[in-house]
Ligand binder design. Structure first.
Ligand SMILES: Cc1cc2nc3c(=O)[nH]c(=O)nc-3n(C[C@H](O)[C@H](O)[C@H](O)COP(=O)(O)O)c2cc1C
Length: 219
């Protein structure tokens, strides 16, 4: 009887202490806090426009966290105290989420907190496109429109606005990559249904485009 009591006491202590500790610790360690984006400098705009191009020639080398932070800020970060962003959006709907597929896992960019929020604890780069390089490149971005953030119009209207918003974000990434000497290509060749299934998207979240980014392959 005494043994049973001692065992129950130990179990109760484990649940009380280990339970919250595990979930809290898991949460803290699995999101990625990005360093503050460096929003100064870079290449002159006219030169970046001259150098903007698509490249499918990638090294497997990882991107430094600072580069990732700067790139995401350029893409659609907060650039004014009122919360507006580097990319315009109709009615300031801000309805594009940037999913970030790294070897470590799948994250979604939170531009207000400069955090990558963990979505899946596994490497899903391969799912983000039909071209071979998508699984070796260090970063695949997937632009996902949240139709629930567009308060009016038909699905065709929502699709039109979401496509326009995605285009602005993608071009920001292109210009950042030109400035930072990175290779990039935007991609429509995506199995959108498969991505939606693997990412666990809601029916009102729509996969728009993907974009791969990495260092150019060394010649
Ligand atoms: C909406 C859109 C979808 C695209 N889809 C793909 C794609 O799936 N795979 C790919 O390798 N390139 C893709 N591209 C890149 C184009 O092939 C590229 O932009 C075009 O050849 C012009 O080259 P440039 O970007 O160097 O000027 C896409 C471009 C756009 C704008």
């Amino acid at each position: 009887m005494k043994t049973v009591f001692r065992a129950s006491l130990l179990l109760a202590m484990f649940i009380l202490t280990a339970g919250p500790f595990l979930s809290a610790a898991g949460q803290e360690t699995k999101d990625i806090k990005l360093p503050q984006p460096q929003t100064q400098g870079g290449m002159p705009l006219m030169q970046a426009l001259k150098e903007r191009q698509s490249s499918r020639d990638f090294s497997t080398e990882k991107l430094p966290l600072q580069t990732l932070s700067d790139l995401l800020w350029a893409a659609d970060g907060v650039n004014r105290p009122d919360g507006k962003r580097t990319a315009p959006s109709a009615v300031n709907w801000q309805n594009i989420d940037i999913y970030v597929a790294l070897a470590e896992g799948l994250y979604v960019y939170d531009p207000k907190a400069d955090v990558l929020k963990l979505v899946l604890d596994k490497d899903v780069r391969e799912v983000t496109g039909k071209q071979d390089f998508v699984k070796i490149v260090p970063l695949d971005l997937v632009y996902v429109a949240d139709f629930s953030k567009i308060s009016r119009g038909t699905d065709a209207d929502k699709n039109f606005y979401s496509a326009a918003h995605t285009g602005f974000i993608s071009q920001n990434v292109y210009l950042y990559c030109a400035s930072a000497g990175l290779s990039t290509v935007v991609r429509g060749l995506v199995d959108k249904e498969e991505v939606a299934k693997v990412f666990g998207l809601r029916p009102d979240q729509k996969v728009m485009l993907a974009q791969s980014v990495g260092f150019p392959k060394k010649k």
